[in-house]
Design a protein around this ligand. Structure first.
Ligand code: TXA
Ligand code: MG
Length: 310
């Protein structure tokens, strides 16, 4: 594909970012989870460029970003359960899979031909302002080459996709640092653990959540087993090693959170994996991480980073 001069835009250049998106260009932008690679979701050519820039298999559908539930309801059907989840957790780090409305106007490439769509209302103020300025739904997968570690800074985006996208809007580091939790809205099911802890969803629903995260389930969110992978091999549940990701009292070359705070660990995870990957050594050892709260999603990403490479 042709080499592009990727522009780095500061927050005051938000209108420029919106214009580029409306013109069918690819613009990466910050959300509170990770940076997304945005394209006008109603423009098939723009969406096709997302798949091309990422090297993403076209059967893996994209998340559609809108500024509020009002815009989401123009695209998809929200029954009482879906609306309750949206009202409880939007804006925030959760994507809801809901049935498409007949006149949704989205490119069929966004949904990979499914009759459902994953929709998200991000909480990052710059993202919301951008979505309002664009005035159209924005399809955005994480702004990394397919299978690689998701970006939590504009510099990470440029590392992976510089020259392949038109611009990146720099909003600083992402506060959450893990991709959104993906829920099928009705009946509720967990499709991908993420930045919203499962416990919060279960508390809102008042019932335990079904998990539907098997790699072979067609409705599951593209859970290709090797993903989020650094170049180095990753070994989990280690107590020491030359290249070591520590947690709590297990110290390391980097420590995700010396105090054992899972939110801090989530926010540090991808950046620290990148830093260790850039150091000499072929194996990254990772300390055990508890399976509660954001630990579920942290362990999910680490398990994929450690999975056999295809
Ligand atoms: O936090 C996030 O979710 C970030 C930011 C940019 O919003 N986006 C993100 O997108 O992680 P991506 O493309 O890396 O992951 C989207 C996941 C994919 O695994 C895809 O299979 C799933 O969402 N997905 C999209 N539409 C779906 C649908 N209709 N049914 C089930 N899964 C769907
Ligand atoms: Mg991704």
């Amino acid at each position: 594909m042709p080499q592009l001069a990727t522009e780095v835009l500061d927050p005051p250049a938000l209108e420029r970012a919106a214009e580029l998106l409306r013109a069918g260009s690819l613009v990466a932008f910050p959300t509170e989870t990770v940076y997304g690679l945005g394209a006008d979701a109603t423009n098939g050519t723009a969406v096709a460029k997302v798949y091309e820039a990422k090297g993403r298999p076209a059967f893996n559908p994209l998340i559609v970003h809108v500024p509020s539930l009002v815009e989401a309801e123009q695209l998809a059907i929200f029954d009482d359960t879906a609306r309750a989840l949206a009202q409880a957790f939007w804006p925030g780090p959760v994507s809801l899979v809901v049935p498409l409305k007949p006149d949704h106007g989205l490119s069929s490439l966004v949904t990979a031909g499914l009759d459902t769509v994953a929709i998200r209302v991000p909480a990052q103020p710059l993202a919301v302002a951008l979505l309002r300025a664009v005035g159209r739904p924005v399809a955005a997968p994480s702004a990394n080459p397919s299978g690689a570690i998701s970006p939590t800074t504009a510099a990470h985006v440029l590392d992976g996709l510089g020259g392949r996208i038109d611009a990146v809007l720099d909003g600083g580091p992402c506060a959450v640092g893990l991709e959104s939790t993906i829920l099928r809205a009705s009946p509720p099911a967990l499709l991908r653990p993420g930045g919203l802890p499962l416990e919060a969803v279960e508390a809102a629903l008042g019932t335990p959540l079904t998990h539907d995260t098997s790699p072979d389930t067609p409705s599951a969110p593209g859970q290709l087993s090797s993903h989020y992978a650094p170049d180095a091999m990753v070994l989990l549940n280690q107590s020491d090693g030359p290249l070591m990701v520590g947690f709590g009292k297990v110290s390391g070359t980097r420590n995700l959170s010396p105090s054992g705070d899972l939110r801090e660990a989530a926010a540090n995870l991808f950046a620290m994996l990148r830093e260790l990957d850039a150091m000499p050594g072929d194996v990254i050892h990772v300390a055990p991480i508890p399976m509660t709260g954001l630990g579920l999603a942290i362990n999910d990403r680490l398990a994929r980073a450690a999975a056999p490479r295809g």
